[in-house]
Design a protein around this ligand. Structure first.
Ligand SMILES: NC(=O)c1ccc[n+]([C@@H]2O[C@H](COP(=O)([O-])OP(=O)(O)OC[C@H]3O[C@@H](n4cnc5c(N)ncnc54)[C@H](O)[C@@H]3O)[C@@H](O)[C@H]2O)c1
Length: 341
């Protein structure tokens, strides 16, 4: 298959490209390197640096590649920050997506769009979230993802291409951006420790999430993308095991220092909660188990241990802050305003 992966230099996109190349596909990847790294790009793929917000350049590129399948992963996935950068969020998510999808439809070659969405579309409904629940996003990022999902359904019906929508959990592992102070809680915790400092926890730390190691994600997005049985379906992908941020912090500390008796100067520091952060977010995965053969194989301790090993090899990263939030006021978390991370 001739496949286009957007966000190919990013964390999940680069693992996906590796899997598709290994399976013998012709893989084209694009990324503007705003959050991804050239070191993640598979040399056996065809890579182009491209900002998908640029409509004409994107149309020209997609028209030339004529992908049969598109896996769309490019995003500004800073969910917590999206209340402070709503325009950038919409441009890098909803607009960049339509800029990719529209010319792909126009080529006539597109068979299937595989959209990487997010659990944020469920908003503050009572977890576990299941795929048939309505989209009720509670933040600007979730609104973009919900708009992308619904637009896919509508355009598919009108223009006759297939699609699959994936809603991952918090995915973590090697190749994740450790320098992003706005997202990837495990990466932020590890990077703080690599820098010899304790990490911060927003609120009481009893908010619950489910974390997926990357190896328990990639095979299933591939299957959802390439198996016809997944056409027109939405899949949650991730473990049912939920973890509080406090427990996650303990796991990271124990795996980092390889002891339960770590130096108390690294005890996590608590800060006020972030606006709009939902208390619990985890979901059912029965549909992915039944239709894609999903299984959790890497549990939190092991996955965090593997990520720490990789992070030690690339070394401590200097956090990269956005120069200009679109809205700066008293709601901005102090970790960002004072560049504490
Ligand atoms: N990691 C998670 O836990 C998680 C959870 C749910 C959903 N997702 C979704 O999965 C996808 C991949 O996430 P990730 O964690 O790998 O993030 P990532 O930031 O590592 O990858 C996204 C990539 O998109 C690129 N990008 C951003 N704007 C672009 C633009 N305008 N043009 C071209 N490239 C652009 C970035 O440079 C980056 O490399 C995203 O769509 C994200 O919303 C991720």
């Amino acid at each position: 298959m001739r496949i286009l992966v957007t966000g190919a230099a990013g964390f999940m996109g680069s693992h996906l490209v590796d899997a598709l190349v290994a399976a013998g596909h012709e893989v084209h990847g694009v990324d503007d390197l705003s959050g991804g790294y050239m070191r993640n790009v598979n040399p056996k793929s065809h890579f182009a640096k491209l900002d998908l917000r640029e409509r004409a350049a994107t149309a020209e590129y997609v028209g030339r590649v004529r992908p049969e399948v598109v896996f769309h992963l490019a995003a500004d996935a800073t969910e917590g920050r999206s209340q402070f950068t709503p325009v950038q969020c919409t441009e890098r998510n909803y607009l960049a997506y339509l800029n990719t999808l529209v010319p792909a439809i126009r080529t006539g070659a597109l068979k299937k769009m595989v959209l990487t969405s997010s659990m944020s579309v469920y908003g503050a409904q009572k977890p576990p979230f299941s795929e048939e629940m309505p989209r009720l996003p509670e933040d600007v990022y979730g609104i973009s993802k919900a708009a992308m999902e619904r637009s896919t359904e509508i355009l598919s019906e009108v223009h006759g291409f297939e699609y699959a929508i994936i809603r991952p959990h918090n995915v973590y592992g090697p190749q994740q951006n450790l320098a992003d102070p706005y997202r990837n809680v495990i990466g932020i915790f590890i990077n703080r420790l690599l820098n010899g400092k304790p990490f911060f926890i927003y609120g009481d730390g009893e908010q619950k999430r489910a974390f997926s190691y990357i190896d328990d994600f990639t095979p299933y997005i591939v299957k959802a993308g390439l198996n016809d049985s997944a056409n027109g379906e939405i899949f949650n992908i991730g473990p049912v095991e939920e973890t509080s941020i406090n427990r996650l912090g303990q796991v990271v500390l124990e795996q980092f220092f390889k002891t339960r008796d770590w130096d108390k100067k690294f005890a996590p520091k608590h800060l006020p909660p972030r606006p709009k952060e939902v208390k619990e977010a985890f979901c059912t995965v029965g549909k992915a188990e039944r239709m894609l053969g999903y299984k959790t194989t890497v549990h939190l301790e092991e996955g965090v241990g593997r990520m720490i090993e990789w992070a030690r090899a690339i070394g401590p990263q200097k956090p990269v802050y956005l120069d200009d939030l679109e809205i700066v006021n008293g709601q901005v978390p102090s970790t960002w305003k004072e560049k504490l991370i």
